[in-house]
Design a protein around this ligand. Structure first.
Ligand SMILES: [Zn+2]
Length: 63
């Protein structure tokens, strides 16, 4: 996962981990990051549901 943040509420959906953390400005961000070595998918969302949806619909090219 990007940078060294304290993610909480981390769940795993398929190969993708979704976690919630605060960014530098103190705003809550929800990150979906794929754990497959050659994938590199990692995106931030403003809402948890959007991040979880992205995780569920992620079609991993590294699989
Ligand atoms: Zn992936």
């Amino acid at each position: 996962m990007a940078a060294k943040r304290r993610f909480r509420n981390v769940v795993r959906i398929g190969p993708v981990q979704v976690g919630t953390a605060y960014d530098q400005r103190g705003q809550e961000k929800h990150t979906a990051a794929c754990t497959a070595p050659r994938c590199g998918f990692s995106t931030e969302y403003d809402s948890r549901s959007a991040a979880e949806l992205a995780a569920r619909t992620h079609r991993c090219p590294a699989r």
